[in-house]
Design a protein around this ligand. Structure first.
Ligand code: F6P
Length: 544
């Protein structure tokens, strides 16, 4: 029994935080700001080009002190060191967790099982760069001698969300004479629509799959091959129009892709932590090797901050702890991510996999049921669109939704007053959430009494505002690494494994039993509801 992992709620600082929360709960942000003129200075930080203002949280410097104590008592320092040292901290899959090695500078040393992995990382980056240059310059020719004009990434989950997000985020820097498409869904519509206006002679497919066994990706890859060969007519055309990104050379070869056209990575890179590995090949094709390397530099700078900064001044640690504060002490179930930049439109979707596949867990590392809530539901949309949609609930609903606002001081597309209007909106939203509007203020402004309750904004709704200079590849890298390490901080305090994803398995297994039934096979035995649904689908195909 004595070897059982100590869970967070049994730590001294957890009880201290509970008592502290009871004292703090009735206090309003208006009051916290009025009584502490040094609040913004004490509760803001500038790290690697990201200015973070977390003063609009229902927290005080004392809260942060207690949260940092919780991180210390949870062994966060030791866990960070263990991750960066390449220890096998993904215990349920017996793997190291080393996405940080993907952005380690050339010449640095990161050992896994006594082997320095950094030279291998750079060898793949160099091969990717050489390939990207050939495609971008037109030197790489398709089967009929034409240059590549369209790149289609086929992948799902971490093999899709990172590439799409990064492509959209860095579109400003991308080659406009190349078309990029991303196919993920097994719904045939996704592939059909993606290639509708493309020419097979000028199209390159990147089949991105860590395992190279994922049902959706393999189905789309097979359809892509059929689509290409229907026009190109020769099996050897596959070598000019298909490349693979995978850890599984054997399956890549079985599929018919020449393994010299394969870009590898390693089992110590989790799918949702892989956008800076070879999985980022589409990103590199879009923005070029130099910009890709700038992005890696941004990742690395944030890694170094996370690894070395004291927790009191460590942005991922503080943001991770503040997120956990609401989940475990205020009962918040969700967290909103609200980028005020159209190029970051897929950032919330990317973060959903990163955060929820990582920390959506109900047992500890040693398998104990966790007696407290873990991973929040992440969601969001780019501002200002969300303001005209769901912000009503954020401002006046009954739920507490901590928000992360992300803004850039300089626009990438300067257009009249647009950027001032955008920035005014993001600043106004966090102000309105925090300070609200009181009934007294409304009455003083002459609002009729029956409308006063409807027009009152309670305020006291927490948010962090992240302000960056400009959306560059480096800024994107730093931002993504920030969230990766927020996830790690939270997973560590919760005592769970942020790096496995057993929760996606059961549905996959059950689907593989149902597929033959939909294709005319015998019934496999299901509950009455599922059996009824399958029968209905079979009948509609005329098979029953
Ligand atoms: O959804 C489960 C998952 O394993 C993710 O973790 C992963 O990103 C995705 O499937 C795709 O996996 P692969 O890259 O092996 O095709």
């Amino acid at each position: 029994m004595s070897n059982r992992q100590t869970l967070a709620h049994a730590l001294p600082s957890w009880s201290a935080l509970k008592a502290h929360q009871e004292q703090l709960r009735p206090r309003h942000l208006r009051d916290l700001f009025a009584t502490d003129p040094g609040r913004v200075a004490a509760m803001s930080l500038e790290v690697e080009g990201i200015y973070a203002d977390y003063s609009k949280h229902r927290a005080t410097p004392e809260t942060l002190r207690l949260l940092v104590a919780l991180a210390n008592e949870s062994g966060l320092r030791q866990r960070i060191d263990a991750m960066f040292r390449g220890e096998r901290i993904n215990v349920t899959e017996d793997r190291a967790v080393l996405h940080t090695a993907l952005r380690a500078p050339r010449g640095s040393v990161v050992q896994v099982g006594g082997v320095n992995v950094v030279p291998g990382v750079h060898e793949v980056l160099d091969r990717m760069a050489a390939f990207a240059e050939r495609v971008r310059s037109g030197a790489w020719k398709g089967h009929t001698g034409k240059a590549i004009r369209a790149v289609v990434n086929i992948g799902i989950g971490g093999s899709d969300l990172g590439p799409v997000m990064a492509y959209e985020a860095l579109r400003h820097y991308s080659r406009r004479d190349l078309v990029f498409r991303f196919v993920s869904n097994v719904d045939g519509t996704d592939f059909s629509e993606a290639v509708l206006d493309l020419d097979p002679e000028e199209t390159l497919f990147i089949v991105s799959s860590k395992t190279f066994t994922t049902l959706e990706t393999m189905a789309n890859a097979r359809s892509a091959r059929a689509w290409s060969l229907a026009r190109l007519k020769a099996e050897k055309a596959v070598a000019r129009h298909f490349v693979a990104v995978s850890t599984n050379a054997e399956e890549v070869a079985k599929f018919g892709i020449d393994t010299s056209n394969m870009f590898g990575f390693w089992d110590w890179v989790g799918g949702r932590y892989s956008m800076d590995s070879a999985i980022g090949l589409s990103t590199m094709l879009a923005v070029g090797p130099e910009r890709f390397r700038e992005m890696l530099d941004g990742f690395h700078a944030m890694d170094e901050h996370f690894r070395t900064a004291p927790f009191e001044r460590n942005l991922p640690v503080l943001m991770g702890l503040l997120g956990l504060w609401y989940v475990d002490f205020f009962g918040a179930e969700t967290a909103a991510v609200l980028p005020y930049d159209q190029y970051l439109k897929r950032f919330p979707a990317y973060l959903q996999q990163l955060t929820m596949e990582s920390n959506g867990k109900r047992v500890s590392l040693d398998g104990q049921e966790l007696p407290y809530p873990t991973g929040a539901i992440y969601w969001g949309e780019p501002g200002t669109n969300g303001q005209h949609s769901f912000y009503q609930l954020l401002h006046q609903g009954t739920r507490l939704v901590p928000c992360d606002f992300i803004a850039f001081l300089k626009p990438l597309n300067s257009l009249g007053r647009h950027h001032d209007l955008l920035l005014a909106n993001v600043f106004a939203q966090s102000e309105a959430l925090a300070f609200g509007k009181t009934p007294e203020e409304l009455r003083a402004a002459g609002v009729p009494e029956p409308l006063v309750p409807h027009r009152t904004f309670d305020g006291n709704r927490p948010s962090t505002t992240l302000v960056l200079e400009r959306l560059t590849p480096r800024a994107l890298g730093a931002l993504v690494a920030l969230y990766e390490h927020i996830v790690f901080t939270q997973g560590t305090v919760w005592g769970l494994n942020s790096f496995d994803q057993w929760g996606v398995e059961l549905g996959k297994v059950l689907a593989s039993r149902i597929i033959p039934e939909l294709e005319g096979g015998p019934e496999a035995g299901h509950d009455a509801s599922t059996a009824g649904l399958i029968r209905r689908a079979v009948a509609s195909k005329g098979l029953a």
